[in-house]
Design a protein around this ligand. Sequence first.
Ligand SMILES: Cc1ncc(COP(=O)(O)O)c(C=O)c1O
Length: 403
Amino acid sequence: MRSLNEFASAKLAELERANLRRRLVDTTRLDGIWALRNGRRVLSFSCNDYLNLSQHPAIKAAAIEALQRHGVGSGASRLVTGNHPLFAVLEARLARLKQTEAACVFGSGYLANMGIIPALIGASDLVLIDELAHACLWAGARLSRATVMPFHHSDLAHARALLDQHRARHGRALIATDGVFSMDGDLAPIAGLAALAECFDAWLMTDDAHGMGVVGNGRGSTFAASAMANGVDPAVPLQMGTLSKAIGAYGGYLCASTSVIELIHNRARSFVYSTGLPPAIVAAAIAAIDLIARDPAYAALPLTKAQAFTRRVGLPEAASPIVPLVVGDAETALEASRLLEAEGFLVIAIRPPTVPAGTARLRFAFTAQHPDDEIARLADIVRQRILTAPPQARAAPARGRQG
Ligand SMILES: Cc1ncc(COP(=O)(O)O)c(C=O)c1O
């Protein structure tokens, strides 16, 4: 159709003019940290494989063994014939790690959020969501057809004011937040949000995609919050996350009570109507969770490395393995990324709509195996050649949600 192609070309030209057009670039990961890109071997600070487990020999061996025994695909939705017994093993491990009664594994983190929220929340309900929450938490909230209200980033007073004003007009209420914010690396005020949820009869849901495996002794942001509150566990009845980052595999999950999980099996459309994960991926995730549970010292390494970087550059101390360097406009972020690539470092520029307009940034993701001397070299280049930009370009994140 001519009009369809004209529409697509015009949209692409618009994105190009704003420096917001994205392109796929072939990237071959050579091991946990090195990648081949644009014909060069580069040290990647843009993988969420925080523990480098996607390349771990024991985890690869678990996946290969399951692949040989059970084949490639699962063949059907889990409610039909795609529910390989390995799922029950994985879900028991997840529930034990997160100290919940039960867990449910989805095809991906995105699918989990698209399924969980509409299964629990409907048109007459209220969803309060952190304005910087991940796009798929927003997508799930919108799909529920509830009234969706963003609260200012990690601002408990604003969340309370919204609940004061609107809670009474709605049946059920959900408070949704990232546990570790994907583009900013900061931790949500989970204990405070749990107290608000308790006070207003709302349900707290955390998306711990970037907390699992790397904060709270590898158990995630709820456990980091508990450590900050002198061991008092905040009540987080809905702990969602992904198996595709620190776990090094693929898939999403929800840890919750048995009744909630059984309801999810019946009502979450992205669970009911989507094929189960391949058994090899499930086997890999089990092996990865075992490794994290056995070795919290290894799980602490990405944060330690991120903190060494922030200290050397002179940035606020990292709270997670994610360190943002906000530079302002998209072109400046692209230039900084190109400068680092020329030095052998892969640090992708993050631009709107992934982050709010005016807050394009470099996002550094530290992993367990990044060599200390390379981190020091990266930090020195950032300090000497990127931080010389005008200071307003590095202001705190502006208001606004992801697109
Ligand atoms: C905070 C957050 N939630 C959810 C997701 C989606 O998870 P997945 O990649 O497993 O779909 C991501 C990542 O991509 C994320 O950063």
